[in-house]
Every structure is written in structure tokens, then in C-alpha cells.
Ligand binder design. Structure first.
Ligand SMILES: NC(=O)c1ccc[n+]([C@@H]2O[C@H](COP(=O)([O-])OP(=O)(O)OC[C@H]3O[C@@H](n4cnc5c(N)ncnc54)[C@H](OP(=O)(O)O)[C@@H]3O)[C@@H](O)[C@H]2O)c1
Length: 293
């Protein structure tokens, strides 16, 4: 049996991947900081949960016992400052060290396409430096790896939702190939089952390039549980109204990257291997759960 351990399974993009692993019968084990948060996230079909924190070496080693494949959904927290301990640098170093000791045979890692803007077009951001360093450290670990580089997730359209309002920051003509977490999760599962020896890297993009505010409007129209309003405004205005509580600098860098990067289509090989992702933005929105209550 290929025992999978997921770290970051309760994250925004960990949840849809774990759900696909469960549906595919892959029986993942999750290393979570909060069992109750995980039970809520996976109500109905709860995976095997091991409580712990990556910063606790004993807990991490125990969770990795008997693990063949490690799936990583890590992030640099919005609250992180450049010199803070972060999951994608210090956390990843602890994970790689513990994985070698435990004899893990494959690391599967969620990165992103957007970090490629770094050091181009006058754009330079320490978070993207950390993402590049994370990839380099996985590649240098000696453990076979699969790295995914997705475009923006459709889930990211609804993440900043405030009540019945979806804030869209800034304006730009730049388009992104939005992908549904579910489609990505299915590709992850197939890769885990079908990709054996060697290393793999896959760009992950949906079938349609859509501009950010257009995507939010289409999502709002197709969302069945409430009448959603899309509010486009500069970041400073949103901050003034208290709509973003996170660090202004962090948010403004993400927004600037998303509004600047001319994302090329680079997923031909991924589609040849796994097929075209089937979920349109409308289908995605129509099937979202009712989070209004
Ligand atoms: N948003 C997009 O459209 C997009 C597109 C492409 C790539 N990505 C990438 O996707 C990645 C994941 O994003 P996300 O939104 O899912 O991140 P997230 O919600 O911040 O998830 C991070 C996960 O790490 C866990 N975690 C944090 N510190 C931990 C610790 N010390 N020990 C154990 N677990 C810990 C968190 O647990 P808790 O639940 O306990 O906090 C959570 O499950 C990011 O690297 C992002 O760059 C995002």
C-alpha cells in the first residue's frame, strides 16, 4: 500500500485535494494542527488525522512513520515578515530532514505559476524568493519529487468574500487560466498512482483565460445561494473600509503580481498526460456549498 501523508490538508487548497484523495480511495493520513478544524473541514468523510505541529520534531517523525508519499500544501502566511519562521522555508527544511530519516519515497509539492514573475518586469518580492528556494531545496533533497505549478485557483475568487460582497482589488487586463481545486486534486491523485521513478513537474491551467474582475462577476452570477455583488476598488480604499485585515504590503504584492504577470499557456504537456480540466467557472460556482449562513 502507498501510504500518503498530507501536511497542510486543512488549508484552502489542501481541502479539495484531500477530498479527491478520499474519493479516489487513496486513504490519506493528515498531519494537522487542529483535529477539530479538520473534522469540520471534512465533515461526512473524515480522513485519518494525526495532531501535531511541523515545529515539533517528535510529532513530525511519528506522523511520517510508514509514509511513502508526502503531499505538501504549504504557504508563507499573510502575517509573515521576511525574517519570520515560515512553513515554506524553515518548515520545509524540517519536513525534508524528517522525510529522509523516515525513508519517504516521493514528495509531491504545490508551488505556483505566478512566482515566475519574480525578477522580471521590475518585480521583486521576498515571498517569491522563498518559493524559489523551496523548489530548490526539494530538488536538492535527493528524494524523488513531483512539483505542480498551478495558475490561480477558482477558489481564490471567493476567498476574500465579505458577506455578499466579493472585493476585487485594482484593475488589469491581464488574464489567468483559472483552475478548480477539484480538477487539480484529480491530477494530483493520478500522478500519485501513475508516476513512479524519476522527477516530474507539471504546469496546471484551466481551459479559459479570464481577467480577474470578469472572473468574479461570472462567479457571482452563477453562484446559486445568494445575490453576490462584485466591488472593484484600489487596495487603499479596501483597506480604509477595513475589508482586508492582513498586512497591506503582503496583499498589495500579490495583487500587483496577479495584475501584472502576462500568464502564457504552458500546460500542453500536462493536458496530453491527464486530459483537459473539465470544470468551467460557471460549473464551479454553481456547485459551491452555501456558506451564507
Ligand atoms: N490561491 C491561489 O490561487 C494559488 C494558486 C497557485 C498556488 N497557490 C499556492 O497554494 C499554496 C497553499 O495555499 P493555501 O491557501 O491552501 O494555504 P493555507 O490555507 O495557508 O494552508 C496552509 C496549511 O499549512 C498548515 N500549517 C501552517 N503552519 C503549520 C505548522 N507549523 N504545522 C503544521 N501545519 C501547518 C495550515 O494549518 P492550519 O489549518 O492549522 O492553519 C494549513 O493547513 C500556497 O503556497 C500558494 O502559494 C495558491
Amino acid at each position: 500500500m502507498n501510504q500518503i501523508l498530507v501536511i497542510g490538508g486543512t488549508g484552502n487548497l489542501g481541502v479539495p485535494v484531500v477530498k479527491e484523495m478520499m474519493d479516489a480511495g487513496l486513504n490519506p493520513r493528515l498531519f494537522v494542527r487542529s483535529v477539530s478544524k479538520a473534522q469540520k473541514a471534512f465533515a461526512g468523510a473524515i480522513p485519518t488525522l494525526v495532531e501535531g505541529d511541523v515545529q515539533n520534531k517528535e510529532q513530525l517523525a511519528a506522523a511520517l512513520q510508514g509514509v511513502n508519499t508526502l503531499y505538501l500544501n504549504l504557504s508563507v502566511a499573510y502575517t509573515n515578515k521576511p525574517d519570520d519562521w515560515s512553513m515554506e522555508t524553515e518548515g520545509l527544511a524540517l519536513i525534508l530532514q524528517a522525510s529522509k530519516t523516515a525513508g519517504v519515497s516521493r514528495i509531491v509539492y504545490l508551488s505556483s505559476i505566478i512566482y515566475r514573475i519574480n525578477n522580471t518586469m521590475g518585480f521583486k518580492w521576498w515571498v517569491f524568493d522563498k518559493k524559489a528556494a523551496a523548489i530548490a531545496s526539494i530538488k536538492a533533497s535527493g528524494i524523488p519529487y513531483t512539483i505542480f505549478y498551478p495558475s490561480s485557483f477558482m477558489e481564490s475568487i471567493e476567498m476574500p468574500r465579505q458577506g455578499n460582497m466579493i472585493p476585487v482589488l485594482g484593475s488589469s487586463e491581464v488574464k489567468m487560466y483559472y483552475i478548480a481545486g477539484q480538477d487539480y486534486g484529480k491530477i494530483v491523485c493520478r500522478s500519485i498512482v501513475e508516476d513512479f521513478a524519476g522527477n516530474y513537474e507539471y504546469d496546471i491551467q484551466g481551459t479559459e483565460a479570464i481577467q480577474l474582475s470578469e472572473a468574479a462577476k461570472r462567479y457571482a452570477i452563477a453562484y446559486p445561494h445568494a445575490v453576490l455583488k462584485v466591488q472593484t476598488a484600489p487596495l487603499g480604499v479596501m483597506k480604509f473600509f477595513g475589508l482586508f485585515k492582513q498586512d497591506l504590503n503582503f496583499i498589495s504584492n500579490i495583487v500587483k503580481a496577479l495584475n501584472t504577470y502576462p500568464e502564457p499557456f504552458t500546460s500542453t504537456q500536462t493536458w496530453k498526460r491527464f486530459g483537459k480540466p473539465p470544470t468551467t467557472l460557471e460549473l464551479f460556482a454553481a456547485n459551491r456549498p452555501d456558506t451564507t449562513a
